[in-house]
Design a protein around this ligand. Structure first.
Ligand SMILES: NC(=O)c1ccc[n+]([C@@H]2O[C@H](COP(=O)([O-])OP(=O)(O)OC[C@H]3O[C@@H](n4cnc5c(N)ncnc54)[C@H](OP(=O)(O)O)[C@@H]3O)[C@@H](O)[C@H]2O)c1
Length: 334
């Protein structure tokens, strides 16, 4: 790195990239360049968000010596090829969720990053929020005993037309890639990789998963439930249950939010109330701060979002989707 400040490059000038850049700038971080497949879109995005440099190709962004790390903000179908492009060019990457299209792609990206000695991380921003830190403190103190169960719901009313990002299989559409990944990652964070699963769900005519109810077992005595669909809004709450109490996480559980810790004894007393934290922006900057910390410490992956865990999460998403597809084909043939 040639300067003390980390200089971010943005790959893909779309919806979430706009929010990400806004949060970084509000936090005082440096966004040096943006690239789009379309030079005019990149220039307009750069002008709107006061980014000094714009490019009409992703290759040019990767080649820019004034960019230290690249944030990939395109549909899932392209994450692996673009992460590999950046890694091949020696650039650290923060890759939007879900990490890739499927587990084999995740394995390839991680292998390339490790072989090249380049930092990589899935942009599961939820894990880096002050809310997640506060939940971590509660669990570390043993306030709710031994963890046994995690549950969450994630419903949104999205455009699922066959041409949309969510409905088009060619873009990596589907509810598990976009919304269900939050619940699976949340369960994985607290309970580890699942050991078995029960799944029900629906898919579109094109085979894109639209809704899923996912019950996971994470070894003995540990279970999780993830409910998700992309044709209806919901409260999007979550709970973490231990042997001695539980944590109710308020809407929306995967964003910057409040929670309450309860003692599970007879009185079911409220032990602690954590109010929604005050910070600038939506909170996407906290994952960027973790990337910057790792880069300055010379760490090639974050212990808070390990690469092997991102691969395992992709394995779970793949299995859930396969079960929904199998259920669909058996119900179609009946
Ligand atoms: N963390 C969060 O809260 C959050 C929220 C929403 C989405 N996401 C994730 O962020 C990623 C992007 O989502 P988004 O809603 O920002 O998407 P989007 O606005 O539809 O697209 C983002 C960019 O992807 C490229 N792109 C779009 N369609 C393409 C196509 N057909 N072929 C090739 N490239 C295409 C374009 O880049 P160019 O500018 O180069 O044309 C576009 O600007 C997804 O992985 C999604 O899961 C995360």
């Amino acid at each position: 790195m040639t300067t003390e400040r980390v200089r971010w490059g943005i790959l893909g000038a779309g919806n979430i990239a706009r929010t990400f850049v806004g949060d970084l700038v509000a936090q005082g971080l440096e966004v040096a360049a943006v690239a789009s497949r379309d030079a005019r879109r990149a220039a307009e995005f750069a002008a709107e968000l006061s980014i000094p440099t714009s490019y009409g190709s992703y290759e040019a962004l990767v080649a820019d010596p004034g960019v230290d790390v690249i944030y990939i903000a395109t549909p899932q179908a392209f994450h692996a090829e673009q992460a590999l492009l950046a890694i091949d060019g020696g650039k650290p990457v923060l890759v939007e969720k879900s990490f890739t299209n499927d587990a084999p792609e995740a394995v390839r990206v991680v292998a390339a990053a490790r072989a090249k000695g380049v930092f990589a991380m899935e942009a599961m921003w939820t894990r880096f929020l002050p809310t997640a830190d506060a939940i971590g403190d509660v669990l570390e103190r043993g306030s709710i005993g031994e963890l046994v169960s995690v549950s969450s719901s994630h419903f949104q009313n999205l455009d699922v037309a066959p041409t949309s990002r969510h409905g088009n299989p060619e873009l990596g559409g589907g509810v598990m890639a976009d919304l269900g990944v939050y619940g699976v990652s949340f369960a994985s964070r607290y309970l580890g990789e699942p050991t078995s699963m029960l799944v029900d769900g629906e898919a579109s005519e094109l085979g894109v998963d639209l809704s899923a109810s996912v019950l996971l077992r994470h070894g003995a005595h540990r279970t999780s439930a993830t409910l998700t669909r992309m044709d209806a809004p919901g409260s999007n709450r979550a709970a973490i249950v231990g042997s001695d109490g539980w944590i109710d996480i308020d809407s929306v559980f995967y964003a910057s939010t409040s929670f309450t810790v309860y003692d599970g004894g007879r009185g079911q007393r409220e032990l602690l109330r954590f109010d929604k934290p005050q910070h600038v922006g939506r909170g996407m900057q906290f994952q960027a701060l973790e990337v910057e910390r790792c880069l300055s410490a010379g760490e090639l992956e974050s212990p808070r979002m390990p690469l092997d865990e991102s691969i395992a999460i992709m394995r779970t998403l793949d299995e859930v989707r396969a079960r929904i597809a199998a259920a669909r084909s058996s119900s179609v043939s009946r």
